[in-house]
Ligand binder design. Structure first.
Ligand code: DSN
Length: 418
């Protein structure tokens, strides 16, 4: 029985798309703070024969036969996740960060309960309570934000709102907050009103894994994450919890929300967790921080205002208002110049989410390609030149050519065709 259609010669229209995407990743500067490049080994594992296997349930308690190796795999991935983050329990089945958050909330609170999360415009994620997300539709969302003067989380407001609203759940963690979060203060607020605490560490999980960012694990009842940002694994979700919440979390992931786990992706998560447990993973994360700090300095030197005045992490958030520019304009100009980034709301933004006044830039992916601080000086020059010439397509095209030449110094997947 052939595994492909008769006389199969490949799928040219599909392969052409994949080839173009590989070319885009190779030739452009990837600065989306939530993206990264997995190792060639992880790519290979993500394409393994586990894509063929149904394994609904959990190790030693499946709803399908033939799961003996799926069991071994999942147990190995769970044990690596527990070890890496010093957690009591790990669930590696969530397909993504949003479904990990959904499982965490469902494990802790009931529909209609008040929850307190970070305002999206101040750095929070959709799933922290936005009205368009399941979190805002199913629960009663309330929001804290950053202080207007410092643009640091207003911990006094967190406490005040907690006492006023009496949320059943507080969510800490953010997608565009460049500073370290004080988890102890969130625990204090949660304890004051008997709320549960979930920390979504998706953005900084790799930094947490290496001790370069405080771990939320001792403070939170449940910690959620993605596996593909600073953690540098395949796209996917991960949930860590205290033992006392293990069953509730597992039950909400399956059968609560998901059906069959993606075992090939769990295999790739397992490989990524293995890489993160290697001693030199910290060297990578240290370089991510150094590169981001350099980028912050160069942007500030060029007259750009950074939200909160700088960064402690892998990302910066640039306030474009003083330059009379929107996030959308900046994103489009950078794209023409061969730099991939995203427009982002900034605290107290008056622009719509589709326009915004901010630009988010991250250092994790380019650090994986091997760029160091002096290379980020050049990257900052490209960015500043592009932003100074927003409407000059011919100039942006010239930068694009220089960017392409620059990227060739940092080969990406040199042995891949697509
Ligand atoms: N969408 C992700 C980000 O870009 O930050 C968060 O999940």
């Amino acid at each position: 029985m052939p595994l492909s259609p008769k006389n199969f010669q490949g799928d040219p229209s599909l392969e052409a798309i994949l080839t173009r995407e590989l070319g885009r990743q190779r030739d452009k500067l990837e600065m989306i703070a939530s993206e990264n490049f997995v190792s060639e080994y992880i790519l290979r594992i993500a394409a393994s024969v586990f894509t063929n296997k149904y394994a609904e349930g959990y190790p030693n308690c499946r709803y399908y036969g033939g799961c003996e190796y799926a069991d071994e795999l999942e147990l190995l991935a769970q044990s690596r996740a527990r070890k890496l983050f010093n957690a009591e329990h790990a669930n590696v089945q969530s397909h993504c960060g949003s479904s990990a958050n959904m499982a965490a909330y469902f494990a802790l609170v009931a529909p209609g309960d008040p929850i307190l999360g970070m305002d999206m415009a101040h750095g929070g994620h959709l799933t922290h309570g936005a009205s368009v997300s399941f979190a805002g539709r199913i629960f009663k969302p309330h929001f804290y934000g950053v202080r207007a003067d410092t643009e640091i989380i207003d911990y006094d407001e967190v406490l005040r709102l907690a006492e006023e609203i009496k949320p059943k759940l507080i969510v800490a963690g953010a997608s565009s907050y460049p500073r370290v979060i004080d988890f102890a203060k969130f625990r204090l607020a949660a304890d004051r009103v008997g709320a549960a605490l979930v920390v979504d560490m998706a953005h900084f999980a790799g930094l947490v894994a290496t001790g370069l960012y405080p771990s939320p694990v001792p403070y939170a009842d449940i910690v959620t994450s993605t596996t593909h940002k600073t953690l540098r694994g395949p796209r996917g979700g991960l949930i860590l919890s205290k033992k006392s919440f293990a069953k509730a979390v597992d039950d909400q992931v399956f059968p609560g929300i998901q059906g069959g786990p993606l075992m090939h992706i769990i295999a790739a998560k397992c490989a990524a967790l293995g890489e993160a447990l290697e001693p030199d993973f910290i060297d990578y994360q240290r370089q991510v921080l150094k590169n981001c700090a350099r980028l912050a300095t160069r942007m500030a030197d060029a007259g750009y205002r950074l939200v909160s005045g700088g960064t402690d992490t892998h990302l910066i958030l640039v306030d474009l208002r003083p330059k009379n520019m929107t996030g959308r304009q900046a994103e489009e100009a950078l794209d023409k110049a061969g730099i991939t980034a995203n427009k982002n709301s900034i605290p107290f933004d008056k622009e719509r989410y589709t326009v915004t006044s901010g630009l988010r830039l991250g250092s994790a992916a380019l650090t994986t390609r091997g760029l160091a601080e002096s290379d980020f000086d050049e990257v900052a020059d490209f960015i500043v030149s592009a932003l100074q010439n927003l409407d000059n397509d011919a100039f942006l095209k010239k930068i694009r050519e220089r960017v392409k030449t620059f990227t060739q110094k940092f080969p990406l997947y040199p042995n891949l065709d697509f």
